[in-house]
Design a protein around this ligand. Structure first.
Ligand code: AMP
Length: 415
């Protein structure tokens, strides 16, 4: 079913959104991109006479109640964004009564789904190596079905609009769909838009296609890096992950972040790039700090000659030029992961240089797709949000979609 064809009048819709927004130490939202992203779907349902049951996760409470990750903290913000009062169900699995009494135009938000281990469906407190693990997993999968069925019982239809978690086969993102027939389950507008943005990039790649992958670890991005090496013309690797590459070549990296057990992985990436004729672009120099803080003393060193007592925290001036050169003339751009510790104002210039170069290429006709919480935060920090083509609310989900994988959250709706 397409959301724009569904008759919401008099119906209760349970909508999975991604309200996993960053909060400061006082529980205040620091970036509401994800809430704004869900508004078109939520408002559409209300405007068309439906009642809303909103469900989401927040953080990683690992199946236990954790006040710091309570969605009660964002009720007021969601209410302000929607322009209607939002009721709160403090236990997502015991909201039947509250859901039953909902009337058209009313909104109920459920507490963090991940306070229940059933949401993720992974057995807790048992090691994967334990001989009883498989049995525990089977049992948890059954409990997950029951949990999903409970959530489904609150509503007449199910709307999946949480792109950020669409790559997970969780109770609320996929399993729940089994309890609605084809005519009563659908993707929300955000999901439709996200899926279309990925399609726009992949179905008709305009070249040169330049991807920028940054962040702290090569291990968490190796799948997408290898995959991109089969698609892109140039790959800019930046951020903390690149010190693993320097080390693999025998470079001195001081106290820079490094995955010592992934040196072979780094060399493998270089080999694959060579084999595929992809130009790998990495930072020749690094802005280093003498401690991991914004106020650290700063000095620029070659990326493979960082002395002890210093750690690479941002791309150096020469690197910034190289990154900008590599992006100039690009016609398709994908950016995921910062070029340094961008959260510190004194170490964000490399990420800013990438953002500016992407904005310039976009002005010259490139389609630029930005995804992942940190890259989105960069684009917002540098005031470039309206100078790129598309900002995805997904990190892992976006990368898996770009890898060409069918997301479980999409498969659950489309079959
Ligand atoms: P990831 O979660 O792997 O995407 O990485 C994002 C994080 O990497 C951000 O919080 C950055 O601050 C961090 N990061 C980027 N470059 C470095 C670096 N050179 N040293 C330490 N952390 C870094």
């Amino acid at each position: 079913m397409k959301i724009s064809d569904y008759k919401f009048a008099g119906k209760k819709a349970i909508v999975r959104v991604d309200f996993n927004v960053p909060l400061d130490e006082n529980g205040k939202i620091t970036d509401d991109t994800r809430i704004r992203g869900a508004l078109p779907t939520l408002k559409y349902i209300l405007d068309n006479g439906g009642a809303l049951i909103i469900m989401s996760h927040m953080g990683k409470p690992k199946g236990k109640v954790n006040a710091k990750m309570s969605l009660s903290q964002i009720v007021d913000a969601v209410s302000a964004a929607l322009g209607v009062p939002v009721m709160f169900a403090p236990d997502c699995a015991k909201a039947h009564e509250a859901a039953t009494s909902l009337k058209a135009g009313e909104v109920l938000m459920l507490e963090n789904l991940r306070f229940y281990p059933e949401e993720e469906g992974k057995p807790v407190g048992i090691d994967k190596e334990d001989p009883a693990y498989d049995e525990a997993k089977k049992e948890m999968k059954e409990r997950q079905k029951t949990f999903a069925k409970t959530l489904a019982s609150y509503a007449d239809c199910y709307v999946m609009d949480a792109f950020g978690t669409a790559h997970r086969k969780h109770a609320s993102t996929a399993v729940i769909a089994d309890y609605f027939d084809q005519d009563n389950k659908m993707l929300g507008f955000l999901m439709e838009k996200e899926v279309a943005a990925v399609d726009a990039v992949l179905s008709d790649i305009k070249r040169p296609f330049v991807a920028v992958m940054g962040g702290s670890k090569v291990s968490s991005k190796i799948g997408i890096i290898e995959n991109l090496l089969g698609k892109v013309d140039k790959l800019i690797l930046c951020g903390g992950m690149t010190y693993t590459f320097s080390k693999a070549h025998g470079g001195e990296i001081g106290g820079s972040i490094c995955e010592n057990d992934k040196l072979d992985v780094a060399l493998g990436v270089e080999e694959l790039a060579k084999k595929n004729g992809v130009e790998l672009v990495m930072a020749p120099d690094a802005v280093c700090g003498d401690s991991f803080s914004n106020d650290a003393n700063r000095k620029v060193f070659p990326s493979d000659a960082i002395p002890a007592g210093w750690e690479g925290m941002d791309a150096g001036p020469e690197a910034q030029k190289r990154f900008a050169d590599a992006l100039r003339g690009a016609k398709t751009i994908l950016w995921n992961g910062p070029a340094g510790v961008f959260e510190f104002d004194n170490f964000c210039e490399g990420s800013r240089a990438i953002g500016n170069a992407i904005a310039e290429a976009t002005a010259n006709g490139a389609f630029s797709l930005i995804g992942g919480g940190d890259s989105v935060a960069c684009v917002n920090k540098f005031g470039l949000a309206d100078k790129v083509s598309y900002i995805s609310t997904g990190g892992g989900a976006l990368l898996e979609a770009v890898e060409g994988k069918v997301l479980p959250g999409v498969a659950a709706i489309k079959g």
